[in-house]
Design a protein around this ligand. Structure first.
Ligand SMILES: [Zn+2]
Length: 483
């Protein structure tokens, strides 16, 4: 059983793992690198294999850092099946179309700027367009169902609930050579809309994500109390309350918590604007696949209620309507993308509101230090936004407990049932993995960081101290979106 990681090795984005087992070449996820320019340049690198030689592609979930390079793979000649769960197909289509549109728009803007300097030819082409996405979606087969087995050549593939976002799965791959499990992203058992992950079976090797392998999330009750207090404080200021949010899972969870707090009378019923067409579209899938969700939400859906619709919610569709929110007087909550404020409609709200001391910026998502959000969290007093310098006078609150990722306790609990499987650490910053390695060693587990280059034999390779030799850590560059 051989593994070559083509992303998410010593970093949190670009998940893409090539597994060779049972005579098959299986690609698990094909995600986009996100973060700074250096990292994003890796999206343009060639795949170190012929796309046509792959037996199949398997997806764990629909986040862009797990599916965002699929249209490139198709452009480079892949014509085989892409297996996923039914919700992943629906969400991935939404995510990829949005990604294609952003790339094409970004390209047009860059060309316009470059034209003034007569350097049009230097602007890199978009990675892919909507047509590539349609060709990708046509290859997607929603045949992975929790607890059921699919046969790919000599390999049996079983998907189990990962509890991270709607449709998220971890994959159990069985062949005559042994069993390997790929965790994908695992969920936070404390909060969120998803049911907890299913305990995995014993295996010979596991790949496990390590985004938050060095920390413990606050209990949900504490996080909700913090959210309630911040909202009350912000409403008293009388200004806008901006909540930057990712469109899938976080937006729906925030709407659900806002409804719960308002219905209980814990937060005043101020207007809420959901200013994210992608979040509005994704919310439809939460209705269609409502049986996947935690019992309270499931029951609400079954009894015909809308758990994602606080009574004061306005869903904003057109960009003209989005602009008009800024003329609205008084306290109001605005939920808009993107989550790290590096693009999307949140930017014009920030431009109009960030300089006012009555504004509150409530951060509920991970902010990479190099992003606009990261700079605001770090205390920047001015930021450059849509061509202007804007002073940061707003009250900035960070609420960390809404993460959709497993914390250290969750990861250890998931690993508990995997027997003596050789553990391979992926999808985490190198220094986080280095904190996790001794904890695993104390528990008598053999664990290694997946090397960034080259293939490893999953059972027979073990590096001294779990660290691949000769690798320079890409530490503290602050990259990646950890979704
Ligand atoms: Zn994810």
């Amino acid at each position: 059983m051989n593994l070559q990681s083509l992303g998410a090795a010593g970093t949190v984005t670009g998940s893409c793992h090539l597994l060779t087992l049972g005579g098959q070449r299986l690609l698990v996820d094909c995600g986009l690198f996100q973060g700074d320019e250096h990292l994003e340049a890796r999206n343009r690198e060639a795949f170190p294999f012929e796309a046509g030689d792959l037996s199949a592609v398997l997806l764990t979930h629909a986040h862009l850092d797990h599916v965002g390079r699929l249209p490139l793979l198709i452009r480079r000649g892949y014509k085989g099946p892409i297996y996923c769960t039914p919700p992943t197909l629906k969400l991935a289509e939404t995510v990829l179309l949005d990604s294609a549109r952003l790339q094409v728009e970004g390209y047009k803007q860059d060309v316009q700027r470059a034209r003034r300097m007569n350097r049009e030819a230097d602007v890199p082409q978009p990675l892919y367009d909507e047509e590539d996405v349609h060709r990708t979606v046509a290859l997607m087969r929603p045949l992975l169902e929790f607890g059921q087995t699919l046969t790919v050549g000599q390999v049996k593939v079983r998907a189990e609930r990962a509890g991270h976002i709607l449709g998220s799965a971890y994959l159990i791959l069985d062949s005559s050579e042994g069993r390997v499990i790929c965790s994908g992203d695992l969920g936070n058992r404390e909060s969120g809309l998803q049911q907890d992950f299913t305990p995995p079976p014993e295996a010979d090797a596991v790949l496990i994500e390590t985004t938050y392998a060095n920390r413990t999330h606050r209990p949900l009750a504490e996080t909700l109390a913090e959210f309630r207090d911040v909202l009350n404080q912000s409403v008293r200021l009388g200004g806008k309350i901006l909540i930057p949010s990712f469109a899938i899972e976080r937006a729906q969870a925030i709407l659900y918590y806002l409804k719960t707090l308002m219905d209980a009378g814990d937060v005043p019923r101020v207007p809420i604007f959901l200013d994210s067409p992608m979040a509005a579209r994704a919310t439809h899938e939460y209705f269609e696949f409502g049986d996947e969700l935690i019992p309270k939400v499931r029951e609400a859906l079954r009894s015909g209620q809308d758990p994602f619709k606080p009574s004061t919610l306005h869903v904003v569709t057109s960009s003209a309507e989005s602009q008009r929110i800024n003329r609205y007087d008084g306290a109001a909550i605005i939920i808009a993308g993107n989550g790290m404020m590096s693009g999307g409609r949140i930017q014009h709200h920030l431009k109009h509101q960030l300089w006012k001391p009555s504004t509150s910026l409530v951060i509920v998502s991970y902010q990479s230090p190099s992003s606009l959000g990261g700079r605001i969290v770090a205390g920047a007093d001015h930021v450059h936004l849509l061509g202007e310098d804007v002073a940061v006078k707003a009250h900035v609150h960070t609420i960390g407990g809404f993460s959709a990722h497993a914390d250290q306790d969750d990861l250890l609990s998931w690993l508990d049932t995997t027997g003596q499987a050789h553990i391979w650490l992926v999808h985490g910053e190198a220094q986080v993995m280095d904190e996790f390695l001794p904890i695993l060693a104390e528990r008598g587990r053999v664990a290694d960081r997946v090397p960034r280059r080259g293939a490893v034999n999953l059972e027979q390779t073990h590096f001294a101290g779990g660290k691949p030799p000769g690798e320079v850590d890409e530490v503290s560059r602050g990259v990646g979106q950890a979704e």
